[in-house]
Design a protein around this ligand. Sequence first.
Ligand SMILES: [Fe+2]
Length: 440
Amino acid sequence: MTTTEGTEALRTRVATRLADARARSVALTDAVDDDDLVRQHSRLMSPLVWDLAHIGNQEELWLVRDVGGREPVRCDIDNLYDAFQHPRADRPALPLLDPTEARHYVREVRDKVLDVLDRSPLEGRRLEADGFAFGMIVQHEQQHDETMLATHQLRSGPPVLTAEPPPPGLAPAAAEVFVPAGSFTMGTSLDPWALDNERPAHEVHVDAFHLDTTPVTNAAYAAFVDGGGYDDPRWWSDTGWAYRQKANLTAPRFWLRDGAGWLRDRFGVIEPIPPDEPVVHVCFHEALAYATWAGRRLPTEPEWEKAARYDPATGRSRRFPWGDEDPGPEHANLGQRHLSPAPVGAYPAGVSPSGVHQLIGDVWEWLDTGFTGYPGFEAFPYREYSEVFFGGDYKMLRGGSFGTDPAASRSTFRNWDHPIRRQIFAGFRCARDADPGERA
Ligand SMILES: [Fe+2]
């Protein structure tokens, strides 16, 4: 994406991204019957039909009413689909639109939005400049699509989703890379569709550190599990151990004991666990316990972003580990093209200048940093997107997963969640401090 793109090219790209997001929402909701759509598969998640109408409602609020200045389509349902009014656990009890009504509603909104898009100058006031509001809504729909994919992982019953298996990988020779001390530009002031919490660009000094070349694999994590890692409080933080006891954690979520080994449940398919894929469905506490057991630690958010953006040859921060161009299938496992992470080393074209693999795609990576605004943060276009979460019980997640669309992926994109969450497509990689002689 560049700001020099012509207005008509931008309009076409917005329309394509809107259509891509809608095709995915439709596929995720058409995959199951109406009973399944209205059912709550987990108290952690909304019924799929809530997500669908909520996607339409946000689109109506921002694009039909605000950008378009049009009459409301259904202002009577705003409250039902306001995520701040109703926790997920309570949503099935609401008088929600039924699946037929929800499908009709999102189509009606979208028809109006395409008309608004045709007439918007895509410049002028900040909400419309560079198509920001449209980009925000595309990202919102894609983020809910990833949430709906996580709901699919939680639902019981026969498999309904299919996709090609990921490409094979060849584990890189080096287990870790060294990142020298120095400052880099974190965040962005230029990416037109970057959200408020990614802004503004600012300089951050990062001490020298070592970072794993790849995310921690299932095989590596199984050694922790099988070595008694879940039974030894030495490896866990106090909070993490208390949660491990309370929730009776014994392995990553969706791992199933099979004699001396393990199987996994992946979207309803019970299968052997591929040893060379990044581990997924672990919470922050499990990631931290593994890192401590391995004599390492989790990276911080500035460390992760420096590894994912900083180009030592030019001193510049790029949009992605591989450069500035948008992600293609050769760069990263994004966009639900596959229904699992890819083996480590599967994306040599996506490697960072310092040799770090798979920073983008495959699994969100837990980081040992809480959620705050960058220096100079300014809420836009509403406080509830980011600011109300600052300082809460959250840990940062970076890089996106196999379920994250490229439209909601870049090396500045910030995600956050409670440190106990395991239903999201999250894994991690480890880091360690530089040795004293390396801290130049
Ligand atoms: Fe939402």
